[in-house]
Design a protein around this ligand. Structure first.
Ligand SMILES: [Zn+2]
Ligand SMILES: [Zn+2]
Length: 180
């Protein structure tokens, strides 16, 4: 989906005329406007229907291109992979890209004349950085593999899973060491 009026399609004519000059971009862009399906058969379940990405970028003109630096705030939703609770959050993606009219850097994006199109960069980072298998919090204790109790809420008292047999030899070794 391409809109000529998208805030991510920047007319860079002024910047390109004056190396060293800067332009800031602070906008919110709907995930749907990035061409990521948030409704319908091929919905990307990580994004709510009305989710918006915060785009905070600084464009700096060089003699042979434009450097784009900044961050994206990417809102995501999902199911905790440990306890299966609904969870959501915002991931901050770092942006460091170079746009050039004449590509001399193999990693650079091409300027289309005076047009600097940020959408492919933003879209790729949103797709890459929104977690596919999130956790509700870093120390989520998850569900008990034996009885299914949510161990964030209750201690179920089930025995811990058997120790890894590869370590048993080491435990025995400890008994052989002289007491300190
Ligand atoms: Zn969890
Ligand atoms: Zn249990």
């Amino acid at each position: 989906m391409r809109h000529t009026s998208s805030p991510l399609r920047v007319n860079a004519a002024e910047l390109l005329r004056r190396p060293g000059s800067e332009q800031k971009i602070d906008v919110a862009v709907a995930v749907a406007e990035l061409g990521i399906p948030v409704e319908g058969d091929d919905t990307d379940e990580r994004f709510a229907a009305g989710a918006e990405v915060g785009v905070h970028l600084r464009l700096e003109a060089l003699t042979d291109g434009i450097v784009v630096d900044g961050t994206l705030d990417v809102p995501w939703q999902g199911t905790c992979r440990r306890c299966l609770a609904d969870t959501s959050g915002v991931v901050h993606s770092e942006v460091h890209e170079l746009y050039q009219r004449v590509i001399t850097d193999p990693d650079a994006f091409e300027l289309e004349g005076d047009l600097l199109d940020l959408q492919p960069v933003v879209r790729e980072l949103v797709l890459l950085d929104a977690p596919a298998t999130p956790v509700c919090r870093p120390d989520c204790a998850g569900l008990c593999p034996t009885c299914g109790t949510n161990r964030n809420e209750h201690e179920c008292g089930c025995a811990p899973p058997p120790a890894d047999p590869r370590w048993e030899g080491l435990a025995g070794l400890k008994d052989l060491l002289p007491p300190e």
